[in-house]
Design a protein around this ligand. Structure first.
Ligand code: CDP
Ligand code: MG
Length: 779
């Protein structure tokens, strides 16, 4: 380790290390004033228990920054009010010099587009009064600009200032909830208005807008739902589909639907942070591309010499290395999710504990969707003099959020990505290597306000040979059941010829049709049924919506929406602190008395909380996360509202567990599994070996049949949230001989038929139905 270039002392095996430490101490002493050398040396020993060696590979040159705009003296800014200061700041953003040009382009641009897809051409005829049937006026503009240039926060404000909000809202979509919320908060600050008034946001199960709202930030999924209810998007004058390069499922579907087609006057802006905008432009019939020149400083890329076995630990070590050896500047680490962020935070706190004031303060700021909003805002607070901020984020910080002051990026090279196996119908969220495009984006985050450094926790060889060039669009690696239901409810039947930017694998489409048919959301001709139409109203997975729709029949919709709400909050209901695991587990098992299954246990949790008048104290006593419960209550309220829309009465059968389980099974029978002799389970549909999750109340009971909410892959394939099923009733009806002669696939259809038709003509119908759906789908 001759980092300072000094020659090592061959006689003393520790000389290298000592020379290096001395050098660091010297530097640190210069920086932090003179201190007891021994003491500092001890600190470093602690910090540098292990070190990672990086090699500098390339220096990526960026555009030169012209600093005329950005300089402002401190006294000046102190004198100004916060609002004025924000207004000044807006003018320093790279997009500002292009404000008028951009507005002019948006105003002038009207093209004839020949986007012709699934909907009837009569609409075009009406609009154009005699023009060629497949031609419609459209105003699509692609806007490309480096992350942080001001696209998301500024363009909607420019449009507002230019009067576009006089006759409609400006909507701006974001792929992620956190981004929609935090950007809306920022813009409301810049405009000096209260969040939810003129500037608001709308995410699933949370609407923070009002009649006053003119700038509306929302997830792309929410815009898709609005489009379902109002295909002309009448309330909008401009829609900006932001972060288009992320190619999320909803963004891709919005593109394919060509949302502007009914409204020649609707301006559609598509904005992207990466330069391969040509693809978007081609897709939108050569829509013009407006480029905002970025300002970017050179970023030094460092790779590890050898692959890292534990990237989380390596990331923490690298943070500490940077902290004690590098000049001021904040650090951004890319991790894969909340759990990992929390772990990293904990390790980092442990390692810096006890160092006290000997080393400059390290402010650790995590950000993830479930973090309370006040803490989310902390990442944007300026770092105090002498301290260093380290932001632990997921992919969200790649392009959606810009944090000023980042000079160092640590990139372990992974992200959590959904993947779907159409053969088995298995969807899983896996930690996957990122693409080269992502790695470049991540590195770029360090060079926004000055030269930066990026530490990649993988080797240069890995980068060149192992990473894909681009991330595969979500539509090609996801379960499409929801999408197909949405498209069907919009009257789009010909899915094979739908104008996908990148079409999904046909096998995945087929699987989606099959599932929807099994849930009786589609009929044998692939048309939407009444059940399907009701299901489409719920912003939930089709199996969950089917469960709710079925609860009408079993007169327990009240209980079922509580269960659905609890399930959609995810895996964060129970709290299990490391030092009180036994207490926490005991508290949890109280809800499982009678081995009722996890769904009913969730219901018990919800109802007990309700009985205490939603008490926070009760949550603490029972090791339950208040925040998750509050969210479940919000979700439940919304589901209750939706029940009314689809004319399902709110009916309660609190003591009829059978009715509740039947409703659950109506939705989740595709997730059924049968106990094997060795205590594992086999899924009915694919004969896949799975296990009951250790956290499940049934893990000691092992019922013969189970339905599960989802599969998670950790050390094994686990079923999460399992319940006893009523499938055994279904099988008892079948003669044993028939049971043997049916393969698994047919068995699945038999079950589907039983649940959908009350057991008439079971086997025959099922087999026929199974094949006809495939024919109907046009395969
Ligand atoms: O969308 P784009 O990546 O082009 O940039 P932006 O999100 O509009 O961000 C522009 C600037 O606003 C950033 O440089 C941040 O300094 C600031 N910003 C902020 O301070 N807090 C936020 N929540 C969002 C943006
Ligand atoms: Mg943005």
């Amino acid at each position: 380790r001759y980092r300072d270039g000094s020659a090592g002392d061959k006689m003393n095996p520790f000389a290298e290390q000592e020379a290096w430490e001395d050098h660091q101490i010297q530097k640190a002493t210069l920086k932090y004033g003179s201190k007891n050398k021994k003491q500092i040396s001890d600190d470093y020993q602690f910090v540098f228990e292990d070190q990672i060696e990086f090699i500098k590979a390339t220096v990526e040159e960026g555009d030169k920054f012209d600093d005329e705009l950005a300089t402002e003296s401190l006294e000046e800014s102190n004198a100004k009010s916060a609002l004025e200061k924000l207004q000044e700041d807006r003018k320093t953003l790279p997009i500002y010099p292009y404000r008028d040009e951009l507005l002019k382009a948006i105003n002038d641009h009207q093209v004839f587009s020949c986007k012709d897809n699934c909907l009837s051409h009569t609409i075009y005829n009406v609009l154009l009064d005699g023009a060629s049937p497949a031609t419609v006026l459209e105003s699509v503009i692609i806007i490309v600009g480096e992350t942080g240039s001001g696209k998301t926060t500024q363009i909607p404000q420019y449009l507002h200032e230019a009067g576009y909000t006089k006759h409609g809202k400006v909507g701006c979509t974001q792929p992620r909830r956190v981004a929609a919320m935090s950007v809306a908060a920022r813009v409301s600050q810049e405009m000096g208005v209260k969040l939810g008034h003129e500037v608001g946001y709308s995410i699933r199960f949370e609407d923070c807008t009002s009649d006053k709202t003119v700038l509306k930030y929302m997830t792309d999924g929410m815009l898709l739902r609005e489009f379902l209810g109002e295909p002309d998007l009448a309330g909008y004058s401009v829609v900006m589909v932001d972060e288009a390069h992320e190619r999320t499922l909803s963004t891709d579907i919005l593109f394919g639907l060509d949302i502007a087609r009914f409204r020649p006057d609707l301006k559609l802006l598509i904005s992207s942070a990466t330069l391969d905008a040509e693809k978007f432009s081609d897709y939108f019939d050569s829509a013009p591309i407006f480029k905002i020149p970025g300002r970017r400083f050179p970023v030094e890329i460092h790779y590890t010499k050898a692959p890292e076995a534990d990237y989380l630990d390596a990331a923490v070590v690298t943070v500490l290395q940077i902290h004690v050896t590098q000049p001021p500047g904040d650090i951004l680490i890319f991790l894969t999710g909340q759990e990992e962020i929390e772990t990293a935070e904990e390790i980092m706190r442990q390692r810096t504990r006890g160092l006290g004031t000997k080393i400059a303060e390290l402010i650790i700021c995590p950000i993830y969707a479930n973090l309370p909003t006040e803490l989310q805002a902390k990442i944007f607070e300026p770092t105090p003099e002498g301290a260093r901020k380290v932001v632990l984020a997921t992919n969200i910080a790649e392009t959606s959020l810009t944090i000023d002051g980042i000079k160092y990026v640590i990139d372990p090279g992974f992200c959590k990505m959904k993947s779907y196996n159409p053969r088995t119908g298995m969807e899983s969220l896996l930690v996957t290597p990122i693409s080269k495009a992502s790695a470049m984006q991540r590195a770029g985050r360090s060079g926004r306000t000055g030269p930066g450094k990026c530490f990649r926790l993988y080797t240069a060889y890995n980068y060149l040979h192992d990473l894909e060039d681009n991330t595969i669009p979500e539509i090609q690696r996801t379960n499409l059941a929801n999408v197909v239901l949405t498209l069907k409810s919009l009257g789009i039947h010909d899915l094979i010829n739908f104008d996908f930017m990148d079409p999904p694998p046909s096998e995945a489409l087929l699987k989606a049709l099959e599932l929807l048919f099994a849930l009786s959301a589609l009929n044998k001709l692939g048309e939407l049924t009444k059940v399907g139409r009701r299901m489409a109203e719920f912003p939930l997975d089709p199996m969950l919506s089917k469960m709710i729709v079925a609860s009408d029949k079993y007169k327990c919709s009240d209980e079922i929406i509580s269960i659905a709400a609890m399930l959609s909050v995810g895996n964060s209901i129970f709290y299990r602190p490391k030092d009180k695991q036994v207490h926490a587990d005991n508290a949890r098992m109280n809800f499982h008395t009678g081995n009722v299954g996890d769904h009913i246990a969730l219901l018990k949790v919800y109802n007990s909380w309700k009985e205490t008048n939603y008490s926070t104290q009760w949550c603490y006593e029972n090791y339950i996360q208040v925040r998750s419960m509050k969210r479940a209550r919000d979700v439940r309220d919304q589901l209750e509202g939706l029940l009314e829309r689809v004319e399902i009465e709110l009916s309660s059968s609190p003591n009829d567990l059978d009715a509740i389980k039947k409703s659950i099974t109506s939705g989740f029978f595709p997730h059924s599994a049968r106990l094997q002799k060795n205590g594992s389970y086999k899924t009915v549909k694919h004969s896949q070996t799975v296990h009951i999750h250790p956290s499940s109340g049934l893990s000691q009971v092992l019922p013969r049949w189970a339905v599960y909410h989802e599969l998670v892959l950790t050390t094994k394939e686990y079923m999460r949230q399992a319940s006893f099923t009523h499938l055994k009733h279904a099988f008892q009806i079948l003669l044993p001989s028939t049971r043997a002669s049916l393969g698994n696939w047919n068995m699945f259809w038999v079950i589907a038929e039983i649940w959908n038709t009350n057991c008439s003509g079971v086997e025959e119908n099922a087999t026929r139905a199974g094949t006809s759906i495939i024919a109907a789908a046009g395969f």
